[in-house]
Design a protein around this ligand. Structure first.
Ligand code: PEP
Ligand code: MN
Length: 262
């Protein structure tokens, strides 16, 4: 079902005023984790002033250490809804438990399935049962074929609104957090009709190269970019090293806009 051979036309995902796939690229931005109403409101205001219409924010955080901040859970989704409604933004958040897939639709506009859960087949099946868009991240060490099969799980249950997002894969290279697989973009676009996005934050883990990597992704044909923004990254409860300040976000946005690719 995900194959371009089966469907030639690009799948389009309508999110409020934006359409993802087959046209103008989208920018999705927001904090790594939802921490407070004030924090999310500050980011939302910055996004709104640049015309960004989709905001991300993690509520259920898959952390490497059980002692690290695990996210605000349902309260985080509630905050996203409140702020999203206030600023007229569409919202995205990761869901990690199949039991939460159904209820998530009451709070958010897009369900993210994270890299660590790309192989969680019960979660993929549950995501296939609902009718809200899914943002599926490539697994930490997943091949392109495995990535497309994960998407197939969702489509096979009837949910055709799936977006793929390359977020870097694990290699021997330590100069970046993961290795951004740019070649995955044109390959996925050729093999599938689903929208393909690139997460510059988790792939590179380096703010100093977000802009060139975002330009490379757009030049390679990506339908959108995702980037993390926090009012005060130094005190962020997750990914403190790799979230943009509001000022850095504005600079990033200007560079991308001036590239003519966006
Ligand atoms: C995220 O986007 O919040 C996240 C945890 O990313 P990933 O699943 O790609 O590591
Ligand atoms: Mn993050």
């Amino acid at each position: 079902l995900v194959s371009r051979k089966r469907q030639q036309d690009d799948t389009l995902i309508h999110l409020g005023p934006a359409t993802i796939g087959g046209g103008k690229p989208i920018l999705i931005a927001g904090p790594c984790s939802v921490e407070s109403v004030e924090q999310v409101r500050t980011v939302a205001a910055a996004l709104q002033s640049r015309g960004v219409t989709v905001m991300r924010g993690g509520a259920f955080k898959p952390r490497t250490s059980p002692y690290d901040f695990q996210g605000l859970g349902l309260e985080g989704l509630r905050i996203l809804k409140e702020v999203g409604d206030e600023f007229g933004l569409q919202t995205i958040s990761e869901i990690v438990d199949p039991a939460h897939i159904e209820i998530a639709g009451q709070y958010i506009d897009v369900i993210q399935i994270g890299a660590r859960n790309m192989h969680n087949f019960e979660l993929l099946k549950a995501a296939g049962e609902v009718r809200i868009p899914i943002l599926l991240k490539r697994g930490l060490s997943a091949t392109i074929d495995e990535f497309l099969h994960a998407a197939e799980y969702i489509l096979s249950r009837g949910n055709t609104q799936v977006m793929l997002i390359e977020r870097g894969i694990r290699t021997y290279e330590r100069a970046t957090r993961n290795t951004l697989d740019i070649s995955a973009v044109p390959i996925l676009k050729q093999e599938s009709h689903l929208p393909v996005l690139v997460d510059v934050t988790h792939s590179t883990g380096r703010k100093d190269i977000f802009a060139p990597c975002a330009k490379a992704a757009l030049a390679a044909g990506a339908d959108g970019i995702m980037v993390e923004v926090h009012p005060n990254p130094a005190i962020a409860l997750s990914d403190a090293q790799q979230q943009l300040t509001i000022e850095e976000f504005n600079q990033f946005y200007t560079v991308i806009q001036q590239s003519g690719l966006f």
